[in-house]
Design a protein around this ligand. Structure first.
Ligand SMILES: [Zn+2]
Length: 52
């Protein structure tokens, strides 16, 4: 995954990313981050989308 655009760190003090860096684009603007900011866990969102 190294070098992927979603893991370009632009904020050394940003949220920790699963890739081990901090402030990755993905950590801040990725799907999980967006869902988290919406107050939902990703798994819950998937379950809701499936019509649990
Ligand atoms: Zn990352």
């Amino acid at each position: 995954m190294a070098g992927e655009i979603g893991h370009v760190s632009f904020d050394a003090n940003g949220p920790a990313c699963h890739c081990g860096s901090r402030g990755c684009v993905e950590a801040i603007a990725g799907t999980d981050a967006i869902v988290a900011q919406a107050g939902l866990r990703f798994d819950d969102a998937v379950a809701a989308a499936r019509g649990r």
